[in-house]
Design a protein around this ligand. Structure first.
Ligand code: NAI
Length: 469
């Protein structure tokens, strides 16, 4: 069979690329080795974790904050089986939705492992071992990423006691003690899920700060909030061993700066120390596709590999491992293959941690700007001074805006607070249009909304004074 485009991998990068390419009139096929479409994000990542985050949050609210609103429900009872069923149903609806979109856009779906057999040729090996050969003008590698494990440490994942994010989304019992290795996004999101459901959670993190790369004022305050919720932290602690014990498992760590080792016992250990690009068994070497120094598929500024007609997008290439970054690259590369100009603005890619409160950011952090020698002004506004937040008992957190000192152009926005993951997008749109903090400060915001705190932070940045503080 002959195509204009064959996409390998049906995660948010791959399936969005396939749809966009089909919309632009190209004949498209997509190859997926999982039985269902949607990749890590829809099957075992973003979507199921959000179902569990939401459900566990409702459970926690019922037990903790509803009474203060005058809603007496008694002690809530956890029905974990139903909660997991809700998660599975959410996944099914989403993966089926992608299947529907493939049909609607006349994208041919091939289930099996795709391997590049040179430029213009992809061989798909099905579960039955039979090969199908696809001819194509273009190939898009969108194979995503896999659990990285701990460098230098042999971790025997069984997805029951020593789990990655995959197993942590399917525990059939709430662990009494959960040790999380890695204070990044996965560790904090899934740690929060099980803590809300009753687990005693300890996060062991190598660095002195959680959510490395986030604005320091945000990560510091966020850690305090999590500690107030009962999460324990061992910071500056390098995990050197994760082993199964007679019952449960043990995590050994030593101070990152040197010192005596310590061991923690746990019922379950979640190892969330990053992900690595998925490049194995793709035929890259045979096809002559080069990798970069970190094992990612090497691309130019237009997602083209060193081999003509082979492109790569998403987690398998440089940049943040985020579904929406992959989607944007998928759309851009489809436009390029259709002869148009595809572009992604890497300066405006929001990032959200879906805990409670949420943490969201877009653009540069204070630390990045200082390191680059850029002069900036910044303004902050706390949700404690926001009427809507008070009405919802959601006063934790703040909005921080950073703007260029000379031009007032907004360079970064950082939010901790309920719904921060939604609030961040007005900042993203503003930044995409090169807006200033004064532009935002002069934009009428509906009252009473959490978004008013974003405007107040803009007032603090542009004029040095918010109204309501
Ligand atoms: P991560 O890179 O966000 O965090 C890993 C953490 O593990 C780091 O803080 C690191 O210092 C720590 N670590 C590494 N080795 C260690 C050791 N030996 N001992 C102790 N700590 C150690 O990785 P994570 O959380 O696994 O997420 C993987 C990817 O998935 C990330 O790129 C993330 O952005 C993405 N993701 C994004 C989500 C979102 O946007 N909401 C949700 C889930 C994942």
């Amino acid at each position: 069979m002959s195509y204009d485009v064959v996409v390998i991998g049906s995660g948010p990068g791959g399936y969005v690329c396939a749809i966009k390419a089909a919309q632009l009139g190209l004949k498209v096929a997509i190859v997926e080795k999982r039985a269902t479409l949607g990749g890590t994000c829809l099957n075992i990542g973003c979507i199921p974790s959000k179902a569990m985050l939401h459900a566990s949050e409702v459970f926690h609210e019922a037990g903790h904050s509803m009474a203060a609103l005058g809603v007496d429900v008694g002690a809530p009872k956890l029905n974990l089986k139903n909660m997991l069923a809700h998660k599975d149903a959410t996944v099914k609806a989403n993966v089926d939705g992608v299947g529907f979109l493939m049909k609607k856009n006349k994208v041919d779906v091939f289930t099996g492992t795709g391997k590049i057999a040179g430029a213009g040729k992809v061989v798909v090996t099905g579960d039955d071992g039979k090969d199908q050969s696809l001819e194509t003008k273009n190939i898009v590698i969108a194979t995503g990423s896999d659990v990285a494990g701990i460098p230098g440490v042999d971790v025997a994942f069984d997805e029951k006691t020593i789990v990655s994010s995959t197993g942590a989304l399917d525990l059939t019992k709430v662990p009494a003690n959960l040790v999380v290795v890695g204070g990044g996004v996965i560790g904090l999101e899934l740690g929060s899920v099980w803590q809300r459901l009753g687990a005693n959670v300890t996060v062991v993190e190598y660095l002195d700060t959680i959510l490395a790369g986030m604005d320091k004022s945000v990560s510091k305050q966020f850690q305090k909030m999590l500690e107030k919720q009962g999460m324990n932290f061992k910071m500056g602690a390098k995990v050197t061993g994760v082993t199964k014990a007679k019952s449960g498992a043990e995590v050994t760590f030593e101070p990152a700066k040197g010192g005596d080792a310590e061991t923690l016992k746990a019922d379950i250990v979640l190892v969330a120390t990053g992900r690595k690009p998925y490049t194995e068994n793709l035929g890259l070497e045979e096809a002559g596709v080069k990798l970069d120094d970190r094992g990612r598929v090497a691309i130019d500024g237009h997602w083209k590999t060193n081999v003509d007609g082979i492109y790569a997008i998403g987690d398998v290439v440089v940049g943040p491992m985020l579904a929406h970054k992959a989607e944007d690259e998928g759309m851009a590369v489809a436009e390029i293959m259709a002869g148009q100009k595809g572009h992604v603005n890497f300066d405006v890619i929001p990032s959200v941690v879906y805990t409670q409160p949420e943490v969201a950011s877009v653009g540069k952090t204070e630390e990045e700007l200082k390191a680059a020698g850029v002069e900036f002004t910044s303004g902050k506004f706390p949700f404690t001074a926001n009427g809507r937040a008070r009405a919802m008992l959601a006063t934790e957190g703040f909005v921080k805006i950073i703007a260029d000192k000379k031009t007032d152009r907004v360079l970064g926005v950082h939010i901790i607070g309920k719904g921060a993951g939604e609030l961040i997008h007005e900042a993203a749109v503003l930044m995409e249009f090169g807006g200033s903090s004064e532009d935002l400060a002069r934009t009428c915001h509906a009252h009473p909304t959490m978004s008013e705190a974003v405007r107040e932070a803009a007032l603090a940045t542009a004029f040095g004074k918010p109204i309501h503080m």
